[in-house]
Design a protein around this ligand. Sequence first.
Ligand SMILES: [Fe+2]
Ligand SMILES: [Fe+2]
Length: 270
Amino acid sequence: MTFNILFFGDVVGAVGRKALAACLPELRTQYASDLVVANVENLAHGAGVTAQTLQDLLAAGVDVFTGGNHSWDNPLGAPLFEDEAWNTKLVVPMNYGGAKSGQASLLIEKNSAKILIVNLMGRMFTHPDTTSPFEKLSEILATSIATEAQAILVDLHAEATGEKEAFGYFADGKVAAVLGTHTHVATADARLLPQGTAYVTDVGRCGFHQSVIGYDPKTVIPNFLAQNKQKYEIPRTGTAEVNGVAITVDLDTGRAVGLDRIRKFVDVLA
Ligand SMILES: [Fe+2]
Ligand SMILES: [Fe+2]
C-alpha cells in the first residue's frame, strides 16, 4: 500500500498563507494526498505562529505543522507548543539551542496509516547550544513510536547544505524522507537516495517571489549597507511562489517510491 504526502517549505506571512491556500485544493487532488505537512516557523508576519494563522492553514487543508528557530518568536503563539490540543498537530526542533516548549516528534494517524513526523535543527551556523540532529534522530528511532510508525518524515531545519546532505545519507534507509527547510530558497537536488529515502536540501519558501527569502528587498538591502538594523517587511500583494514536494511512500517498507518537485506561482491580490 502506498501513501501520498505533500510537504511545503517555510510559509512566510499572509502572502505565503494565501498562496498556499490557493494552490492546495488542486495539488491535493493531483497527488491524491493522504497527508499535508507545512513548515510554519514564519507563518505570522514572518515570525512564529498564532492560533488564527494556524487555523487558516488547517482550513486550507494542512494537517501537520513543523517549525524551526523562529517557531517561538510570536508571544501569542509560544504557549500553543505547551497546549495538548495543538500538540496533536505541531512539532518543533527541540534540539535547537533556543528551543522553548514543544515536541520534536509526533505520531499521526491518517487514512489508516501511522506516520511519524520529526523536526530537527542543524548545528552549523545556528544557535551554539544546538545539539546534534544525527544523535537526536538515532534517539527518536529507538523509541516505541518510531517502531509503531509505518513511515517517518524528517523536516531538517538547517542552514548548511553539506550538513543537510550528510544527514540525508545518514538517514537513508531509516526514514521515508529528509526534507530541508530554513533557507527559504528552493534547491534543485530533490532525489531518492540509494536506500529509498526521499531527499531535498531545501524545499524552499511559500512566500513572496521577487523578494529576499520572502521579504521586501528594499527593507533587506539597507541591513547589508549600514550597521543600523532595519525591520524586514513582507509585501502583502503580488506574485508568490509555493515550493513543496510530493512523496509517495510504500507503507510495507517505509521507504519512498516517488518524489515530485512542486513549484507554483500565485498572484495574491489582497
Ligand atoms: Fe524560515
Ligand atoms: Fe529557520
